[in-house]
Design a binder for this molecule. Structure first.
Ligand SMILES: NC(=O)c1ccc[n+]([C@@H]2O[C@H](COP(=O)([O-])OP(=O)(O)OC[C@H]3O[C@@H](n4cnc5c(N)ncnc54)[C@H](OP(=O)(O)O)[C@@H]3O)[C@@H](O)[C@H]2O)c1
Length: 258
């Protein structure tokens, strides 16, 4: 039985670990990100280790037609996607008005627009077949506003809201949509987001392998929203919503400050 996963942002970090975990079950993978060399190396590793087929489509998903190019490429290759993992994303530290507007809008293009376009196309195909799973990688950042990463936190709030609603729309059609909302994870994320020196990063992070496994298993069980660290999950679900808004804003700002 076909069990092909399409993973965005598969060239490093959590995305590469999703690919390793899925392939270890003996199922094929479709890997996409911009870094073709890294994707090719991962594809070779997975094919050698597990005897599966790994397809590589290197492209910029944040480009205006990026998601459509990916959809067209997957369609031309005749691949049926059974699991979609929208994982590609990036953040960026600093006051919104001090940051480049191109970086802020680029974050929305990748973290939000590409995720919506892929969910729309593959979600529709899955619903027509009456079966499928979508896993959208959000963040604990999606549970609150984030001074000094204002746009990033807002994109992850979008991912959470959109995914929960989509799950309700599709579940009765046999398609589930899950959100993985990790706390800090030790990947290249902090480099690109320029987060080194912040309290968030100083606290240390979980490994991408443990986070990917947690999210993949939660998706397989049909869970809606999952946080990989239990105390953090309790904090964002049950404590933060009860705190005064101004205190939350100050607390998050302290975590993101250098
Ligand atoms: N690390 C954390 O602390 C943390 C916490 C919560 C949530 N998350 C989320 O987890 C997800 C994965 O991040 P990560 O921590 O694994 O970071 P990462 O190692 O930097 O991985 C990001 C992935 O996205 C890809 N990507 C970036 N820009 C792209 C573009 N324009 N087009 C296509 N692919 C692009 C990167 O590949 P290329 O550079 O090759 O394109 C890479 O494969 C993100 O959505 C992030 O927001 C991370």
């Amino acid at each position: 039985m076909s069990n092909i996963v399409l993973i965005t942002g598969a060239s490093s970090g959590i995305g590469a670990e999703f690919a390793r975990y899925h392939a270890s079950n003996g199922s094929d993978v479709v890997l996409t990100a911009r870094s073709k060399d890294k994707l090719d190396a991962l594809a070779a590793e997975l094919q050698d280790a597990h005897g599966i087929k790994a397809h590589v489509f290197a492209l910029d998903l944040g480009a205006p037609e990026g998601a459509q190019v990916l959809i067209d490429t997957v369609t031309s290759a005749g691949l049926q996607i059974d699991i979609l993992i929208n994982n590609a994303g990036f953040g960026g530290q600093g006051r919104h008005i001090d940051r480049q507007i191109t970086d802020e809008l680029g974050m929305i293009d990748l973290n939000v627009k590409a995720l919506v376009a892929l969910s729309h196309h593959f979600g529709r195909e899955m619903a027509m077949r009456g079966k499928g799973r979508v896993l959208n990688v959000g963040s604990t950042a999606g549970f609150m506003p984030g001074p000094l990463q204002a746009v990033y936190f807002a994109t992850k709030a979008f991912v959470k809201s959109f995914s929960e609603a989509l799950d309700q729309e599709l579940r009765w059609k046999g398609v589930t949509v899950a959100v993985l909302a990790p706390g800090y994870v030790g990947t290249g994320f902090a480099d690109r987001a320029d987060l080194h020196g912040t309290n968030l990063v100083k606290g240390g992070g979980k490994t991408p392998a443990s986070v990917a496994k947690h999210g993949y298993n939660a998706m397989s069980r049909g869970e809606l929203v999952t946080v990989n660290e239990m105390p953090l999950g309790f904090l964002v679900n049950w404590i933060i919503p009860l705190l005064p808004r101004r205190s939350v804003l100050k607390m998050i700002e302290r975590m993101q400050r250098k």
